[in-house]
Design a protein around this ligand. Sequence first.
Ligand code: PSV
Ligand code: MN
Length: 415
Amino acid sequence: MADVTAVKNTAVTTMLRNHQVELPSWAFGNSGTRFKVFGQPGVPRDPYEKAADAAQVHKYTGVAPAMAVHIPWDKVGDYADFARHADSLGIRVGTVNANVFQDDDYKLGSVCNPDPRVRRKALNHLLECVDIMDATGSRDLKLWFADGTNYPGQDDIAARQDRLAEALAAVYGRLGDGQRMLLEYKLFEPSFYTMDVPDWGTALLHCQALGPKAEVVVDTGHHAPGTNIEFIVAMLLKAGKLGGFDFNSRFYADDDLMVGAADPFQLFRIMHEVVKADALITATSGAAASSGSGESGGSGAASPETRVTFMLDQCHNIEPKIPAQIRSVMNVQEATAKALLVDAAALKEAQLAGDVLAAHAVLMDAYDTDVRPLLAELRADMGLAPDPVRAYLASGYPDKIATERIGGAPAGWGA
Ligand code: PSV
Ligand code: MN
């Protein structure tokens, strides 16, 4: 078993202290399934109140200082003012998520639509999102396309790829210095015969054609059951093209449950690949947080191309939202702590010796370590309560928002 006491106040705790998780604004609104949305008390009515809730997650975890926005769900009159509001709460505006899937015009797709008028409309929205990045200081644009077809013959698969490439190139050309474009893939839904960006291969080809500012984002819920996601992560890291994660858990499809809930071992295996590639860098610090485990196939920890954003893409349908976000951040921290505890030298020695069982045991030793005391101590060092969920629940904030947020329309997925 890894010796947790020996790693206190070492590089491991420094990396954990700097490892940031980005929150999705939509996690704080009401959400559900197509069968029912169960409303919750105190849900934010606008993006400003979503930011206030996100700030609570940061307040109790200390490692979640950015909130991703989704446009138009988080449309505001003055984005610079919104960014100042976030700043006054101790957080910042994170990734800008474009939305070209909730308009009647997009029935046959957005940037891949056969109709040039619809393609232009979609492109204009993507460009507007870059304007919002400029106004808020956000670094990343995340693109997910619902585009695809339902029936063989419905449209030309290759022609749709050309339309996609054309739109991506136009957006890429609009990116400023230090801005990135993250392209997300999804196996299926809402299109069932073809998705235009169904997998990491398609996303990677587009990003490679575009250049260094384009990287792939891995949404853990967007794969076929049984897919080895850590393999994909390792390959993207080797190519220097892993831009970020949309973390969540899934049992069946795009369930969007709390990360680390369904399969914490998978999350550990993913973070093990991240740690091995020295890619554990926070969005803002830019500081190399090297584990020293070497053998990076990517372009190096200090390289901007390897800066990975660790986002959540979740909805909380039946559980209270703010504590669920806190719990999710803690789940990522626990998996990361375990990944950092892997004895890299012992693992390498066993691997090179062909000692299958010893190599596996090294990995499992780290995974089986109870890192909760280490993380509680880290929080104490950061001036935080050791149990963030308990501290939040005792803070009075849940009652306060339930009492104060009366009237108005509660935010929901899609608004
Ligand atoms: C699509 O399923 C997705 O994962 C994309 O990231 C969207 O932006 C997000 O979900 C919306 O919930
Ligand atoms: Mn996603």
